[in-house]
Write a protein that binds this ligand. Structure first.
Ligand SMILES: Cc1ncc(C[n+]2csc(CCOP(=O)(O)OP(=O)(O)O)c2C)c(N)n1
Ligand code: SF4
Ligand SMILES: [Mg+2]
Length: 287
């Protein structure tokens, strides 16, 4: 079957952090033995959004900023799929920012990976919501989406990796995929992924990151404690990496779908009760 999903070669600039995310995903999907035909990637618009072309999977390039609602719809239509959303900080936090908070609240069974480079890479380096003050004349404070996630009680998995730390990034990618596969809903993984062409942050991030996974006494199950620690680290100008919060709550699809009926994409279209409705629906698209 794998011949059906022949990936193309990445067209990213040499040194782009997105290579690290791609590598972690390829390894994690193989390690978890997720069949190629069960992988559904929803990609945003941006350099990061081309990731779905580079690994063996089904892929759909969503409208700019609409990764999460599209991925949620896919999961509700066919909960058996491993649904992964991928995109950038512009796609996910600017034009798609409203969907992020509602997705934390809804908790759909989707793994969402944001490649945060603090800029709009594809459109040549404008400021994004995570750009630091002063970047391209930016007068605003940068957004911390992990703290946003912590402030929304429905969120269940919040982590941050760095493409410069590939071993930890692989572990976080595996943990995110496992969280969602266990029926716990949205696993959100932000990856610090430098744009070497328009915002080369390798130098700042090498010293700025702080590994919370190796901090004695840090409890990722304690939301209030996590918020407090994230606030302290932000005050100190540090960028926390690791599993920041993990809680338990059933995924949206297990609450919203009626278990007495097959999910929409798994219904038998030969069923005479459905065939007429299906024909009618198809007919409605024909002028
Ligand atoms: C509706 C709409 N508005 C604006 C654009 C132009 N546009 C394309 S990509 C992009 C932002 C990309 O930034 P990001 O999501 O951070 O991805 P990156 O390229 O940095 O990976 C913008 C504004 C668009 N394609 N569609
Ligand atoms: S412009 Fe930046 S984000 Fe886009 S491929 Fe190049 S390094 Fe990566
Ligand atoms: Mg970006």
């Amino acid at each position: 079957m794998t011949e059906t999903f022949t990936p193309t070669r990445p067209i990213w600039c040499a040194g782009c952090g997105d290579f690290g995310v791609l590598e972690a995903l390829i390894t994690a999907l193989d390690e978890l033995q997720i069949p190629v035909h069960d992988r559904m990637f929803i990609a945003g618009i941006g350099c990061s959004g081309s990731l779905q072309n580079y690994l063996s999977c089904y892929g759909y390039h969503a409208l700019h900023g609409r990764v999460l609602p599209t991925a949620t719809g896919v999961k509700l239509a066919n909960p058996q799929l491993t649904v992964v959303g991928v995109g950038g900080d512009g796609d996910g936090y600017a034009i798609g920012g409203g969907h992020l908070m509602h997705s934390f609240k809804r908790n759909p069974g989707v793994t969402y990976i944001v490649m945060n480079n603090g800029t709009y890479g594809l459109t040549k380096g404008q400021a994004s919501p995570t750009s630091v003050t002063g970047f391209q004349g930016n007068t605003e404070e940068d957004l911390d989406p992990i703290m946003l996630g912590l402030s929304i009680p429905g969120s269940t998995f919040l982590a941050r990796g760095y493409s410069g730390h590939p071993a930890q990034l692989l572990q976080l990618t595996l943990a995110a995929l496992r969280h969602t596969a266990a029926g716990q809903g949205l696993s959100y993984l932000e990856v610090l992924s430098p744009c070497v062409t328009y915002n080369d942050t390798y130098r700042e991030w090498r010293t700025g990151v702080f590994n919370i996974d190796s901090e004695d006494g840090y409890d990722p199950g304690n939301r209030a404690g996590a918020f407090e620690r994230m606030s302290e680290l932000r005050e100190q100008g540090r960028l926390p990496l690791g599993l920041i919060y993990q809680g338990e709550r059933p995924a949206l699809e297990s609450l919203a779908l009626n278990p007495e009926f097959a999910a929409p994409a798994r219904q038998d279209l030969n069923d005479p009760g459905l065939a007429a409705g299906y024909r009618e629906a198809m007919q409605s698209f024909i002028r």
